[in-house]
Design a protein around this ligand. Structure first.
Ligand SMILES: Cc1ncc(COP(=O)(O)O)c(C=O)c1O
Length: 377
C-alpha cells in the first residue's frame, strides 16, 4: 500500500465514524469564534496597528528572539503585560499551543509529577508528551481527586516536585476551575500551579485580568494569557516568576529554534491590553448578553447556564451532533459540532460561543433554530 493509499484508508476509517474534519468557509452569525469582545475587527485596534506601521514597527521579526529577532516591541509588550497582570515577568509566544508545549515540556523535571485536569487542553497534553515528568489526569474539577493523585504518587515513591495544571475556564464546557481550593492544595503540597486563562482573559476579572486575577506574582503560580481569543490578536503571554522565564529562554526548544512572532502583532496586543483595561463597557455588554442568553436557552431548549460565554449543548452521539449543527448552519447560525477526541466520547456537543458579534435577537433566533433542529433530526 502506498503512503497516500494508507492515509486515504485512515481517513475513510475516520469517515465511517463521522470523525473527519473539513475546512468550511465562514458563514452565518458568529457563534463559533473566540472573539468574545468583538475586538478582532475593532476600529481602535486597526488604528493602533496603522499607528504602529506609521512609526516603523516591523512586520516580521527576521529571526529567533535569541538572534536578531528580539524586537523592542516584544520587550515592551512583555513588560507591559507583567505590570498589567502583576507577574514578575512575562514571555510572549507565537501561539498558546506553542506556549503550552514549551511550558510542559521544559519546566517539570524527570522526577516530577504533573497532575492535570481531565479536560485540560490538547496543547498541554502536547507539552506533557514531549516532556519527561510523570503525568496523571485527575477527575474534572475534583480537588480531592487531585490530592488523591498526589498522595498515590508519593506513596509509590514519587520524590520530585508536583505541578498542578488547570484551565480557569474550560474551553468546551464553559465552567470554572475551583481556583481558591486549588491554591490551597498547591500551598499544602508545595506544588506549582499552572493556570491556563485562555478563555477568561479579557472577559473576567478586574480590567479583564481573568479569573486568576490576584494570583500572578506568587512564586508558585504561572498563568497563560492567550491573545487570539478575547484580545482579538494572536500569540500568548506566559506570566511567571523571572527565574522560570529565563529557564524558558534558555531551554524551551520551541522558543529558541523558531522565528520570533511579528513585532506588528506585539504592538496590536499592547493596544488590545489597553483596550480591555479602559473599555469595561465591552465586558459589561458581553456579561449582559451572557445573562440574557442563559435565560433564553433555559426557557427554550432546557440548557442550563454554564456561567460564562461558552455554552455546551451536549447531544452525545457524533453523527447526530453533526446533523444538528448542519441544520442550524443552514439557517444562518455558525455553530459547530465538537466531537471526540476534542471532548470525551459520548459527549459530542454544539459549542455555543457568545461574542459581541451577535445580539440578543440573534441569540433568540439561534435558540429557535436549535429547538427545531433537535426535533427534526
Ligand atoms: C485552553 C486553551 N489553551 C490554549 C489554547 C491554544 O491557544 P492558541 O489558539 O493561541 O494556540 C487554546 C485554544 O483553543 C485553549 O482553548
Amino acid at each position: 500500500m502506498s503512503i497516500l493509499d494508507a492515509h486515504a484508508e485512515a481517513l475513510s476509517i475516520l469517515d465511517r465514524r463521522t470523525r473527519t474534519r473539513t475546512l468550511i468557509t465562514r458563514a452565518g452569525h458568529d457563534f463559533a469564534s473566540n472573539d468574545y469582545l468583538g475586538l478582532k475587527q475593532a476600529p481602535e485596534l486597526r488604528a493602533a496597528v496603522a499607528d504602529a506601521l506609521a512609526r516603523g514597527v516591523a512586520i516580521g521579526a527576521g529571526g529567533s528572539r535569541l538572534l536578531r529577532g528580539n524586537d523592542p516591541e516584544h520587550e515592551a509588550l512583555e513588560s507591559e503585560a507583567a505590570a498589567f497582570f502583576g507577574s514578575e515577568a512575562a514571555l510572549w509566544f507565537s501561539t498558546g499551543f506553542a506556549a503550552n508545549s514549551a511550558i510542559f515540556s521544559t519546566l517539570p523535571a524527570t522526577r516530577d509529577l504533573i497532575v492535570h485536569d481531565a479536560l485540560i487542553h490538547a496543547s498541554a497534553h502536547e507539552g506533557m508528551r514531549l516532556g519527561k515528568a510523570s503525568c496523571v489526569s485527575a477527575p474534572h474539577n475534583d480537588v480531592d481527586g487531585y490530592a488523591d493523585v498526589i498522595r498515590t504518587w508519593r506513596a509509590a515513591g514519587g520524590r520530585g516536585r508536583v505541578w498542578i495544571a488547570v484551565e480557569s475556564l474550560y474551553s468546551m464546557d464553559g465552567d470554572r476551575a475551583p481556583l481558591t481550593d486549588l491554591v490551597a492544595l498547591a500551598e499544602r503540597e508545595e506544588a506549582f500551579l499552572i493556570i491556563d486563562e485562555a478563555h477568561a482573559t479579557g472577559v473576567f476579572g478586574r480590567g479583564g485580568r481573568g479569573l486568576a486575577d490576584g494570583l500572578d506574582g506568587r512564586e508558585y503560580v504561572m498563568t497563560l494569557r492567550t491573545c487570539g481569543k478575547a484580545l482579538g490578536c494572536e500569540g500568548a503571554l506566559v506570566c511567571l516568576p523571572n527565574i522560570l522565564a529565563r529557564t524558558l529562554v534558555n531551554k524551551a526548544r520551541g522558543f529558541i529554534f523558531s522565528t520570533a512572532p511579528s513585532p506588528l502583532m506585539a504592538a496590536a496586543v499592547r493596544a488590545s491590553l489597553r483596550l480591555i483595561a479602559t473599555q469595561p463597557e465591552r465586558r459589561d455588554r458581553l456579561h449582559a448578553l451572557i445573562a440574557a442568553s442563559a435565560q433564553i436557552f433555559a426557557d427554550r431548549i432546557d440548557v442550563p447556564p454554564s456561567g460564562s460565554q461558552i455554552i455546551p449543548v451536549i447531544l452525545g452521539e457524533d453523527a447526530r451532533t453533526m446533523r444538528v449543527a448542519g441544520a442550524i448552519q443552514a439557517r444562518g447560525y455558525d455553530v459547530r459540532g465538537i466531537r471526540p477526541p476534542t471532548v470525551p466520547a459520548g459527549t459530542s456537543r454544539l459549542r455555543i460561543s457568545l461574542t459581541l458579534n451577535v445580539d440578543e435577537d440573534i441569540v433568540l433566533g439561534l435558540a429557535e433554530a436549535i429547538a427545531e433542529a433537535h426535533t427534526a433530526t
